[in-house]
Design a protein around this ligand. Sequence first.
Ligand SMILES: NC(=O)c1ccc[n+]([C@@H]2O[C@H](COP(=O)([O-])OP(=O)(O)OC[C@H]3O[C@@H](n4cnc5c(N)ncnc54)[C@H](OP(=O)(O)O)[C@@H]3O)[C@@H](O)[C@H]2O)c1
Length: 286
Amino acid sequence: MKQKQTSVSGKKVFISGGSTGIGKGLALEFAKSGASVVISARGKKSLEETVKELKKVGAKNAVFDFVVADVSDISQVKKAVQKTLRILGGLDLLICNSGYAKVGKVNDLKEFDFRNLMEINFFGHVNVVREFQDHFINQGSGDIVLVSSMLATFSIYGYGAYSASKFAITGFAQSLRQEMMLHNVRVKIFLPPTTETPGLVKENEDKPDLVKEIEMGSALNAVHSVDKVAKAFVSWLPKRSFIGYATWDSWLQYFLVRHFPEWTLLLADGELKSAQKRLDRKKAES
Ligand SMILES: NC(=O)c1ccc[n+]([C@@H]2O[C@H](COP(=O)([O-])OP(=O)(O)OC[C@H]3O[C@@H](n4cnc5c(N)ncnc54)[C@H](OP(=O)(O)O)[C@@H]3O)[C@@H](O)[C@H]2O)c1
């Protein structure tokens, strides 16, 4: 396959949660652009399958491999990071992407849900960054991207636990950005919109009806393809901006939240009330 020449051609890339969904989409984009890529996740089978796909689309002289690790387990992360640096002979771009969503009202979720979302979505990123940090400091160059969510800009009914784990990434990343800037290493965050992935399918399985109804009636909740989101990531990466969005509706949401925060709350409340009415009507009719 003919390689696209982009800013990542020849670069060494690591993607946590690179076996499926958005992470896999990114791995394929980077492979097509001539990068070497190591992906990580817990499940070996899907890692092996994805590496096979990367080899099909990637450059002949590029390296494609995987490491198995649970990002919430520091000893597994340590081993995976050392192995990755050996496989690639260094690293230029770290993408912390692993994560999951669990939706539910605050008083319906279990304490485990709150803690586990923080363990995987927030501490998972922290663990991976901290293990690669010395490498980047010694190298004096590179990029670190933390994948968060549009739900790190504004939260709605049912997303309290998930959003908290994603808002936390923003605070961590803003501080890390300044610390690493002094070592010539860039730190950025990427906020995917709702994206059609195995993770979204799982999230929808036990999503409360009211949340589904809100999403159906929302002006700002289109479902986007992995391909579109991954391509948007690749074109945003070389830009100076700290925050990356994939789609126009993401940009609009961020613009509204930032400049009209009270009005955005009212808009979201309107969508919630309309969704509740539609749901009540459907229940009465059935
Ligand atoms: N899809 C969306 O609508 C959406 C929207 C906004 C933000 N995001 C964020 O984008 C990222 C990717 O989401 P996705 O929808 O592509 O999810 P996905 O399809 O479920 O993929 C998640 C990836 O992370 C890995 N992973 C999950 N838990 C892990 C753990 N404890 N340790 C190591 N790896 C782990 C998974 O592999 P294993 O299960 O085998 O470990 C898989 O490779 C997540 O951070 C998610 O919160 C997604």
